[in-house]
Design a protein around this ligand. Sequence first.
Ligand code: NAP
Length: 427
Amino acid sequence: MTADKNKQFITFCGNSIKVPNNPNIPFIQGDGIGPDIWQASVKVFNAAVKKAYKGKREIQWQEVYAGEKAYNKFGEWLPQDTIDAFKKYIVGIKGPLTTPVGGGIRSLNVALRKSLDLYACIRPIKWFLGVPSPVKQPQDLNVVIFRENTEGIYTGIEFENGTADTEQLKDILRELFPNEFAKMRFPDSSGFSLKLISREGTERIMRAAINYAIKNNRKTITIVHKGNIMKFTDGAFCKWAYNLAEREFSNKVYTRNQWNRTKTEKSVDAANEEQELSLKAGELLIKDVIADIAFQQTLTRPKDFDVIVTTNLNGDYLSDALAAQVGGVGISPGGNINFETGMAIFEACHGTAPKYANKNVVNPSSLILSGELMLRYLGWDQAADLIIKGLGGAIKSKKVTYDFHRLMDNGIKVTTNEFGDEVINNM
Ligand code: NAP
């Protein structure tokens, strides 16, 4: 209580956050390469804020624990104190956390997002001049992915093959839904996962995407789904997303609903849709595409995509696939936000890359840009702009970490820490 007296809290009133000049912000360093990228990034954040506001504003960083560090310190992977701290301080940032495959602890990231109901995972993906890319025109891709973060196949409701619960579930299915049970190819050796997609869950992510698109003068939203196969989950996601747009934003959106062609279909070249409709400022075209072809078209016709809204697993795959076009996960930021409570955790999008841990070699750009997103969320745009300027300058000067260096002609290889200094030098 006494300690809290000296702290400044971000608050959420109505529909926006209120940020004091010296907010307390919790951070998790993360596992593996987490400490390496945190050391390089935090000095960039502090330098940007100092330069932008000349000492009038300063972040009070507060370390909280999760992952291996928490386990070693407290015997718990995700202590309740950490969840409570994010609730109390509203906005936070984190590095990557380890998740074992096929057993052991469940994903700490998923647990954190679920306990704070951070339903919108936002991943802006755009190219910085000079970043090595596997495509010819990486500048053509400039998208923001809104991935639904709490539902889909990530609900964590899973039944392991061979357990009593799974046998019971199978008995129920066999008895009550014999036709569905008959569709199972190898029921005796199957594990089960429940995929849930709700109307409320769909509507809130779609609403967030539309509000973002209008505020940031984006022109189209593409709903990416597998509704042709999974009609009552992905198909419903697509339908509910269109319905929400037509109901709540009717004076701002045009819809090209391929599931309801009679209503809006025009025979126009997809690449010229916006021009064809002569969208005015603040107006949006909403369309949809099936997930598999989305992976092709984001590569072959990247300019067709602007804001993408999609389900949890589709969004997970698509985010990393698109990040590859602009330089990889090492330079791809993310934020997890609940727009109804204001709570947000910004995070590096890559994993813990254990083979590089404590070597001071990896690229800190993903976390640096996640901090940039965080500063923009706080409304500290001048500091955020300085980070973009600094990062762009550092890359242009070709002083880069190993991942870019190995793909660049005449690059100068620098450490994680030195790259942070380069960003600061170029602000
Ligand atoms: P990863 O840690 O992202 O590493 C895969 C590869 O990506 C690395 O070997 C490296 O490629 C490249 N890479 C990742 N971060 C980089 C950086 N900062 N700079 C340059 N290159 C970078 O993925 P993973 O090996 O699949 O996962 C390892 C662990 O991380 C798992 O436990 C997983 O569950 C966890 N994970 C956590 C999060 C999260 O906390 N949000 C996200 C994803 C995965 P090269 O080998 O080619 O250099």
